[in-house]
Design a protein around this ligand. Sequence first.
Ligand SMILES: NC(=O)c1ccc[n+]([C@@H]2O[C@H](COP(=O)([O-])OP(=O)(O)OC[C@H]3O[C@@H](n4cnc5c(N)ncnc54)[C@H](O)[C@@H]3O)[C@@H](O)[C@H]2O)c1
Length: 277
Amino acid sequence: MNHSPRAESRGRFALDNRIAVVTGACGKLGPIWIEALLEAGAKIAALELSDAPASSAYSAIEEREPARVHRFDCDITSRSSIEGAAAAVMTRMGVPDILVNNAGVDQPPDSGGNRSRIEDLPIDEFRRMLDVNLTGTFQVTQVFGAAMAVRGSGSIVNIGSLYASVSPDQRFYDHLPGDIPFLKSPAYGASKAAVVNMTKFFSTLWGARGVRVNTLSPGGVLGGQDDQFKRKYGARVPLGRMAQAEDLKGPLVFLASSASSYVTGHELRVDGGFTAW
Ligand SMILES: NC(=O)c1ccc[n+]([C@@H]2O[C@H](COP(=O)([O-])OP(=O)(O)OC[C@H]3O[C@@H](n4cnc5c(N)ncnc54)[C@H](O)[C@@H]3O)[C@@H](O)[C@H]2O)c1
């Protein structure tokens, strides 16, 4: 391990030369997790669907850090795709020290043409959300987590949500136009609550083998929401606002690094107190 002066100053939060896998790397939060891990000294295996366009935030990181960020194709709903990605990551970079299970699907409130009443919600949409958010997280953990357990060390961070704990307040969306009101799917929170529970399962299974498993549950993250939503949402948050990128980085590095060496099976809510009210 390289103990550079910067690493010394970061102390137990240092991740120098650690290998971190981040799934769903090219979306909104993926680049935030990647920046946080890079700032702490890690190298990144960025896993993403082969046909997913890279966000400008992701492209900027890849361009700036070509030696420390590598993209690998991976569909987390396919075991063979995950195994292919794992083989490629391990050949090119080694066995990962950190896994951030970030890939997930939600339905954006602007999907106006695609709304359903609860009694008509297509079951395929419900299943799809569980398939990616829950089953996908399980399969990625099977493949990468098992390699960490064999090696005898690792930190897995599952990205949950405030909606793992509470139901979405549908009034946040009642100003949106449309014949059928926007309804945030019950599958989303159910999938995230299941991830919180599965986190506990793996923390107990692999605790004795040196692998810690925790959930980081963000509140709503600022970016692209309309003003009315932001006002209604902010009024529900004890800290009075949506989360910003910088709010998420410290908690991730804490869970990924030895700063949290005695923390496992935990859900760290980074929601400005939303779920305290
Ligand atoms: N944005 C928020 O406010 C917020 C709040 C709480 C929790 N979260 C959670 O954070 C995570 C990231 O959210 P985001 O806002 O960046 O979403 P996003 O939609 O911007 O990004 C998700 C990424 O996952 C990828 N993905 C989807 N299906 C995949 C699959 N089968 N295999 C591999 N990759 C796949 C997508 O291509 C996309 O790049 C999700 O788990 C989400 O539930 C987000």
